[in-house]
Design a protein around this ligand. Structure first.
Ligand code: RIB
Length: 297
């Protein structure tokens, strides 16, 4: 079975349900406060595990929060490359408003302590049959991409959250780039899918692009094919983690079937279930749930 190595963040999510996002100078009481497991990396690893993939998470977590590592293990994620450190974990301050939108501030903590030695040691355990997945919430992203490419892994990069540094990353080494419309605009200056695809086909002629567009669905574009998958209509209570769910299920299904169209449809359905629930990792469905949900929502 092909393996996925996910170098990813592990966060404690502090989630505040609010009437509206707090405004400049305003002090606002929240309607509810909850603490969840999160981090784009952890969420994507759990989504991959729930979708049935063989997933190895690499990252760092504060010694006081080893419950996050245990949670991943319980979900079927191999955590032998997750290191506990003496220091704070990464965390996120998340406001969720009445329409289920979120506004997130992240603090890197342990996620920013991944160094080149960690990367070389861990990547050495993987090879050309395997996939590397990485987001932009950990340190050493360029080294992770370069080392994994040297070992022949298929590189999947989700440049979230977007930062100016991403423009200097070795994006030409990426095999599958997964981005939302905002990230696509930062990378290309374009907002329309067709124009985004056109720019990517010139800049990265060997890569595939997965473009997520919220209620407009998602697209898959490669030198061979172009697919569009409409979104499913659901009642959104919390969109946190929907993109991560999408990526985990997309990659798991792509590895299982080698069919990007089927993977796009599968991921879209998983993300639709995720947004109907609160939290990030907690709201990710299982493969069994997806298969049971035959009818559109
Ligand atoms: O993508 C959602 C995630 O972004 C949250 O779980 C939060 O931790 C931030 O990393």
């Amino acid at each position: 079975m092909k393996r996925v190595l996910n170098f990813g963040s592990i966060n404690v999510d502090h989630v505040y349900t609010v009437e509206h996002f707090v405004r400049p100078g305003e002090t606002l009481s929240c309607q509810q406060y909850r603490r969840f497991a999160g981090g784009k990396g952890l969420n994507q690893s759990i989504a991959l595990a729930r979708a049935g993939a063989s997933i190895y998470h690499a990252g760092k977590v504060g010694a006081a929060d080893t419950w996050l590592k245990t949670l991943m293990e319980d979900q079927g994620v191999d955590t032998r490359f997750v290191e506990s450190i003496n220091g704070p974990s990464g965390h996120a301050i998340i406001q969720v408003n009445v329409t289920g939108e979120n506004a997130i501030v992240i603090v890197g903590g342990a996620n920013q302590l991944i160094g080149e030695a960690d990367v070389l040691r861990i990547v050495a355990e993987f090879g050309p049959d395997d996939y590397l997945l990485v987001q932009n919430e950990v340190s050493a992203v360029p080294q992770i991409i370069i080392s994994a490419k040297e070992k022949g892994l298929t590189i999947v990069f989700n440049p979230a959250p977007m930062s100016p540094q991403v423009l200097n990353y070795p994006l030409d080494l990426v095999d599958i780039l997964v981005i939302n419309e905002t990230e696509a605009h930062s990378l290309t200056g374009e907002s329309e899918a067709e124009k985004i695809y056109e720019i990517f086909s010139h800049r990265y002629p060997h890569a595939a692009l997965v473009l997520t567009m919220g209620h407009k669905g998602a697209g898959y574009f490669s030198p061979q094919v172009l697919f569009h998958q409409p979104a499913e209509k659901v009642h959104v209570v919390d969109s946190t983690g929907a993109g991560d769910t999408f990526i985990g299920f997309f990659l798991a299904e792509l590895i299982r079937t080698n069919d990007p169209k089927a993977a796009l449809a599968y991921a879209t359905r998983a993300a639709a279930i995720c947004v109907t629930r609160h939290g990030a990792a907690d709201s990710i469905p299982s493969r069994g749930e997806l298969e049971a949900a035959q009818q559109p929502f």
